[in-house]
Design a protein around this ligand. Sequence first.
Ligand SMILES: Cc1cc2nc3c(=O)[nH]c(=O)nc-3n(C[C@H](O)[C@H](O)[C@H](O)COP(=O)(O)OP(=O)(O)OC[C@H]3O[C@@H](n4cnc5c(N)ncnc54)[C@H](O)[C@@H]3O)c2cc1C
Length: 413
Amino acid sequence: MPKSRDITRQRNLHESRPVWADSPRISLRTQKTASHGDYDVIIVGAGISGALMAHALADGKRGVLVADRRRPVHGSTLASTAMIQHEIDVPLHKLAGMIGEEKARRAWQRSARAVEQLTRIVADIGISCGFERKATLFLAGDEYGHRALRTETDARHAAGIEADFLNAAALADRFSIDRSGAILSDISASANPAQMAAGILRAAAARGVEIASPLEITDIRATAQGVFLATADGRILSARHAVFCSGYEFLEAVADKDHAIISTWALATPPGTALPDWLKDCIVWEGADPYLYFRRTRDGRLIAGGEDEESEDAYASPKTLTRKAATIRRKVEALLGLRLPEPDHVWAAPFGTTRTGLPLIGCIPGLPNVFAVMGFGGNGITFSQIAAEIVSAQIAGHGDADADLFAFRSRQS
Ligand SMILES: Cc1cc2nc3c(=O)[nH]c(=O)nc-3n(C[C@H](O)[C@H](O)[C@H](O)COP(=O)(O)OP(=O)(O)OC[C@H]3O[C@@H](n4cnc5c(N)ncnc54)[C@H](O)[C@@H]3O)c2cc1C
């Protein structure tokens, strides 16, 4: 087995310094390498996906190793704006047209349940990560106007998902926002994503999960009996199952025309920024292309992002970062009718999207016992929880009724 191949092409996962980089409690005690050669499960990646996967698999009996070539939670998870939404990027009524009504409803319902489950996990472990339940305000924009939002509200009601349509007058009255309509719903949350992932990893470690960093997995061989993984420190580890939670550094074997890496930008204003009171309880996004989204942290920062571009590397340009951050700031100011202070953090990052807005989760066709989790889309964190539930059920041998929604297609099909 060759040991030098970059099986998950390394990228710069964030340009400049995301706001969470200075957070307390994001360092973990790790080991330099695997303590033995054979595990029940090896998880590649110690971001939010790997953390939730480890949490779901750590039963005190399985031997579980989490390996990361970076420090834990220093990949895309550190760059996330962490709006923990039940709302999938592709609205329910539109997704129904793409994959059928029954499947679209199940995907949306599963997403809503995942936010509830994340809430329970954070509370049960007792993680101090600024986790707060929030309502979501989805504003009409140039992609989804008020008529589309009315249709969307009806579609959600038919699926048993709570949503209230606000017309322009109600929106102006409650939020002082001038748009033709919005959907207000109650199921989302927000958090410090690095503290959240670190807290979940710490709890998994307390239940016996090993976390090795920096430890790079450089090659893989999968058989019906088990999986062999080569490491950059020259070892071959074996496991009954391997789970790639490697984020936007995904396995070449799962590259697909239906998903893409694009560029995105974000900013944070200093703590104590003067913001409307309602932003304490609400996260905001819009049905526009490119879209804008924003939220308030507990200490009063405004976190905003968007201005996505369909380019794998536009995020790397410092000039573009300055320009995009200025645009995001100006758009928030215009929408909220206020002046924002100079952001104290601006950052840019690659970001994964899929045509349907759904993640890709499951066993990789042609690689027995190897799973991958690609929590792509604006709700990567919510999707990471769905992935942890599905993959842990599959590893336990009892499957998951929604696995078909997110499964990798065989390249032949
Ligand atoms: C700017 C931005 C804003 C976002 N906003 C939101 C949001 O508001 N809400 C939301 O839900 N999601 C959001 N997302 C998406 C969300 O952050 C991601 O889906 C999530 O962080 C991905 O987590 P992960 O654990 O899969 O990946 P990562 O955090 O990148 O972790 C993967 C890890 O795998 C490791 N790795 C890769 N290959 C190997 C290898 N061969 N060997 C060893 N280790 C390896 C990497 O070093 C990395 O640490 C945003 C993303 C960005 C960039």
